[in-house]
Design a protein around this ligand. Structure first.
Ligand SMILES: Nc1ncnc2c1ncn2[C@@H]1O[C@H](COP(=O)(O)OP(=O)(O)OP(=O)(O)O)[C@@H](O)[C@H]1O
Length: 328
């Protein structure tokens, strides 16, 4: 298990000072973060820009030292026993960083594998099996500069798996990828957890990706964890409003008034708009399900229903709601 306990990180940033004395400013990127990663599970770390996600991931993958707090990986301390921890973790960042463009895919993996002390036949067969796993065996000996974006990203995954890590950090893994490639990559990430038992931490600004992949979500804001739950529980716990959309062919003044009364009775609100097809779209928003009273009301007014659908609050609504509440 990977356990993060009360971790804090302060950066020291040079400020313009006089020519005699350089001034330093402290930036607290992470102020108090705790969480756990377990095999076979994917957790999401969400937050708006600058919340401290990348700093947290870098501390977990031993690229940064926490100012205080502890990180242990299968019992090893990430600072004092970083040699053991490095063998168990790896990080995959989105975009096109961390690869050598002039080298081929195979040469890149050879280089990164050698940094983990792998060599000879064991490294060669590891590289072949990873290239096969990410579908790059045919392009193995082509320089990376000739790879498409999707191929580079698949090579990033192979690079992140070169040391067969038990704990994998994915920082915006689908950044800038086309929808079909991103979908393929999400499938791959799910497989890494479910079929290969990896513990995965994912950060993403694509919230639907987090909803689709993550078993649990941690929300971080200004360096502090502000919520932790399953995606479904998070959306339910905040009692956000559900929107009920119904399209009807005509709207009389008395129906309009009754719709208003229904919304008020249920503690919600109603909006009405004429559509391009000269029908009317009524939207009722509220914390209670208004479907049954709405249908009874429309039946009483002998109004046919052309379309009806409910829009549940999403994880994106949760993040926006939290950011609003905290004045972000
Ligand atoms: N090397 C650094 N030196 C000084 N300050 C830094 C450094 N790296 C990050 N910060 C600051 O720490 C805070 C957290 O940054 P971090 O990159 O961890 O956030 P993030 O949640 O990953 O943001 P994003 O979603 O934009 O990637 C920000 O205020 C950022 O400006």
């Amino acid at each position: 298990m990977l356990i993060v306990e009360n971790v804090r990180k302060v950066y020291h940033v040079k400020e313009k000072g006089s020519w005699l004395r350089q001034q330093w400013k402290e930036v607290e990127a992470v102020s108090d973060v705790s969480f756990r990663m377990v095999p076979g599970k994917i957790i999401g770390l969400l937050g708006i820009n600058g919340a401290g996600k990348t700093t947290t991931i870098k501390m977990c993958s031993t690229l940064l030292t926490p100012t205080s707090g502890t990180i242990t990986v299968d019992g090893y301390d990430a600072v004092k026993e970083d040699r053991f921890v490095k063998a168990k973790v790896n990080m995959i960042a989105g975009g096109e960083r961390m690869l050598y463009w002039r080298l081929t895919g195979r040469e890149n993996l050879h280089y990164f594998g050698s940094l983990y002390g792998l060599h000879g036949g064991a490294l060669r067969s590891r590289i072949d099996s990873l290239l096969l796993q990410v579908g790059l065996l045919d392009a193995a000996d082509t320089p990376v500069e000739r790879y498409s974006k999707g191929m580079k990203q698949r090579l990033q995954i192979a690079r992140g798996l070169i040391n067969d890590p038990s704990y994998l950090f994915l920082d915006e893994p689908t950044l800038g990828l086309d929808a079909p490639i991103a979908r393929q990559l999400r499938k791959h990430v799910k497989e890494l957890a479910v079929a290969h038992g990896k513990a995965i931490l994912l950060t993403s600004h694509y919230i639907h990706e987090v909803e689709e992949l993550c078993d649990e979500v941690y929300i971080i804001d200004k360096g502090k964890l502000v919520a932790h739950d399953t995606p479904a529980q998070l959306t339910q716990s905040l009692n956000l409003e559900t929107a009920l959309h119904v399209v009807i062919p005509a709207l009389s003044a008395s129906l309009d008034l009754d719709l208003h009364k229904l919304a008020v009775r249920c503690g919600g609100s109603r909006e009405i708009a004429e559509t391009d097809e000269h029908t009317w779209e009524v939207t009722l928003r509220g914390q209670t399900d208004m479907t049954t009273p709405l249908l009874s009301l429309l039946a009483a007014h002998q109004s046919p229903v052309l379309r009806l659908h409910t829009q549940q609050p999403s994880l994106e609504d949760v993040i926006l709601h939290m950011a609003d509440r905290r004045g972000a």
